[in-house]
Ligand binder design. Structure first.
Ligand code: 3HC
Length: 304
């Protein structure tokens, strides 16, 4: 039995948009967190963003302790060597962690390689969770010797503010592991929803994929402008962000790769070409400074 009570140290691999937010959420809840990524620059930027977010929460009286004391529970770790192989530092923290949450790029082979590595170095029966947006938990778990320990724990951007976590059961995930992750989600102040069918996109991204694709086709076919679509979504449908604002915010790359993964697995839709063009041109939204809108300071949170 892997119990939520046993979890004290959490390894988050991937310090990008989702990973650093997930690390922050666990640190706020009192867990010691190892935050791993491929280089120092990414880790420094992630730590800066966590500090910014914590300061925002502190300003609003939503943090029970100082920003520094939450930050002191997060340790940055470089996960790969210059030749691309996983580092000894990653092996060391994998062998100390009570739980791993993977939040790296949305590519199956990269995720499987990481799970294989952590599986080889883990200290025993730990929870191995993936924050995948669309890839099957069962396929990721197949890279490990213990697929019953592998589960989906899907956070939403920005993790410190979004209450939902989808908890996805792969074909071989044990009920104990699902229950422990439900308990953990509640301990970090989130609302868990268990998704029993490991279908592409789970629940939220199955809906969101169609929503973004429809918005994109309206623009691609010249039937409405980006601003017109976003105005209707925000001011009539009542969403907090327009469709394109959201795509820029979470990353064009993220939604493009979700659409590819889902389409490859039988999700029926004709992908709007604009996402692919922008992905290939590296115009990925807020993080690169240009997406459907332009951002003066790439990476900084500024609404268009
Ligand atoms: N941490 C702390 N504070 C933050 C923050 C963060 N990460 N992000 C924004 N804030 C702050 C802002 O700075 C602002 O502070 P201020 O009041 O001092 O100016 C405050 O929160 C409110 O922000 P805004 O005024 O810019 O705007 P909103 O009230 O609209 O809130 C939002 C921002 C919570 C991001 C809201 O727009 C929202 O909920 N957007 C939709 C997000 C969403 O749908 N996420 C899911 C995406 S899908 C996904 O993640 C799945 C994956 O698989 C792709």
């Amino acid at each position: 039995m892997v119990s939520a009570n046993d979890v004290k140290q959490v390894l988050v691999v991937g310090a990008g948009t989702m990973g650093h937010g997930i690390a922050e959420v666990f640190a706020i809840a009192g867990y010691n967190v190892f935050l791993a990524d491929v280089n120092r620059q990414i880790l420094d930027s992630a730590m800066d963003k966590i500090r910014w977010s914590l300061s925002k929460l502190a300003e609003k009286g939503q943090l029970k302790e100082s920003v520094d004391s939450v930050m002191s529970r997060i340790t940055a770790v470089i996960s790969v060597n210059p030749d691309g192989s996983f580092s000894n530092d990653l092996a060391a923290v994998a062998s100390q962690a009570d739980m791993m949450i993977e939040a790296i790029t949305e590519k199956l082979d990269a995720k499987q390689a990481l799970f294989r590595f952590v599986d080889q170095h883990r200290k025993g029966k730990i929870i191995m969770a993936t924050n995948t947006s669309s890839l099957p938990i069962t396929e990721i778990a197949s890279a490990t010797s213990s697929p019953e320990l592998v589960v989906g724990m899907h956070f939403f951007n920005p993790p410190p503010l979004m209450p939902l976590i989808e908890i996805i059961k792969g074909e071989r995930t044990s009920d104990d592991v699902v229950q422990s992750v439900v308990d953990l989600a509640k301990r970090i102040g989130k609302q868990p929803v268990v998704v029993n069918k490991d279908v592409p996109g789970f629940i939220v991204n199955r809906i969101l994929a169609r929503f973004l694709n429809t918005a994109c086709w309206l623009v691609a076919k010249g039937r409405a402008s980006v601003l017109e679509v976003d105005s209707t979504v925000r001011f009539s449908l009542g969403f907090p962000m327009g469709a394109f604002e959201l795509a820029d915010y979470s990353g064009i790359d993220v939604f493009y790769l979700i659409a590819v993964a889902m389409t490859q697995r039988g999700f029926k839709q004709t992908p709007c070409p604009l996402f692919e063009q922008m992905y290939k041109a590296n115009t990925l939204g807020m993080k690169t400074g240009k997406g459907f809108y332009e951002y003066p300071k790439p990476g900084a949170y500024v609404r268009p």
